[in-house]
Design a protein around this ligand. Structure first.
Ligand code: GAL
Length: 347
């Protein structure tokens, strides 16, 4: 079932709608601002909201954290905010420090009002047109994102079609805390990532091109461990990343595959993430300064985590990183699923 309510208006007077999709296991709210996941409530046995969010449009418009948003055209960073495609160099909006492009630029997909394309029994489809040279990216790009609920699974499907070769690398930027969004204890959640390699980054979080074997290092999540366990290690990459803020390499080969699981020993919520993308960014919220969240919550840095499915960061500037570009008139499709079970037994 889907219900639609007016969530509020942007400072420019545009209406923003909230779509609440329910199954017997979950209740998920999506906003037309930023195609944003505003809440994910795991209903049983005691309802718990496992994502951070706000309860007004202005907070979404002015936020720097991308809470729950769909990021695009390109998620993560593009070094020096430029890339070359078909012999032409494109200069992008600089919005990460004084140099780089982050999550699509100053007004990326995360900060736009999306159109309602279709509402079904258990899904909604939102769309937008990203115009040629918007934030510096070439070609007109039509984007659709479908959010659907099937029992305990929330699927996010991305569709894109452009009239010229361009970049398209969307993600969802939800911050999870499976203890409950308002508890500050998300780093006690256990995490397991199905990956042996991380794209090494420099201090500006730009990949060096080297893939680091994580086995036996503080980056290793090949079996469940608390996010907090090694987060204060003096390992050089943990220091560069201020905790975890890096891309784990996946071997999904373009097929929807399990890439990560997270578990709360407090609520019993087990989240499983499936994707067809080649990478997933684990980000543990270093830049998320203290702020007011929904329902009177306060959010503090380093207390939640994101698992953003994507192509490797800065792939547009690294010929060894795949999937950076899409071709004119060739439909793009990608899918990520976040599943939420409640269980006492994760082994
Ligand atoms: C993440 C990124 C972080 C930070 C954050 C937004 O995706 O990895 O470095 O930029 O978005 O604050």
């Amino acid at each position: 079932m889907v219900t639609k309510t007016l969530f509020g208006k942007t400072v420019n007077g545009k209406s923003v709608y909230k779509y609440t999709i329910s199954s017997s296991e979950l209740e998920v709210s999506i906003l037309s601002f930023g195609a944003t996941i505003q809440s994910i409530i795991v209903k049983n046995p005691t309802p718990v909201d496992v994502v951070l969010g706000y309860d007004d449009v202005l907070s979404y418009q002015t936020q720097d954290g991308y809470l729950g948003a769909t990021c695009g055209r390109n998620s993560n960073r593009i070094e020096n905010a430029k890339f070359t495609l078909n012999g032409i160099t494109y200069n992008l909006a600089v919005n990460d420090g004084k140099k780089h492009n982050l999550h699509g630029g100053n007004v990326g997909f995360s900060h736009r009002v999306w159109l309602e394309e279709e509402v079904g029994e258990n899904f909604i489809i939102l769309s937008l047109l990203s115009k040629h040279l918007e934030e510096g990216f070439p070609a007109n790009l039509n984007v659709k994102v479908k959010f659907s609920l099937d029992g305990e699974n929330l699927s996010i499907e991305y569709f894109g079609l452009s009239d010229g070769d361009t970049v398209f690398n969307p993600t969802n930027h939800s911050y999870f805390n499976l203890d409950g969004h308002d508890t500050h204890t998300g780093h006690s959640n256990l995490l397991n990532i199905y990956s042996n390699y991380l794209t090494e980054t420099n201090e500006e979080l730009i990949p060096t091109g080297v893939l680091v074997n994580v086995n036996g290092t503080p980056l290793d999540f090949t079996s469940f461990k608390a996010i907090s366990k090694d987060i204060n290690s003096s390992y050089y990459l943990i220091e560069n990343m201020h905790g975890y803020d890096g891309n784990y390499c996946l071997s999904s080969d373009g097929k929807l595959s399990l890439c990560a699981r997270a578990y709360s020993q407090k609520t019993g919520v087990l989240m499983s993430v499936y994707t067809d993308r080649p990478g997933v960014q684990l980000y543990t919220g270093y830049f998320l300064t203290e702020r007011k969240g929904k329902n009177g919550a306060t959010y503090v840095p380093n207390s939640s985590f994101c698992l953003e499915t994507q192509v490797y960061p800065n792939a547009v500037n690294n010929p060894n990183f795949e999937g950076a570009f899409i071709k004119a008139n060739e439909p793009f499709y990608s899918k990520t699923v976040y599943g939420f079970a409640v269980t006492k037994d994760i082994l």
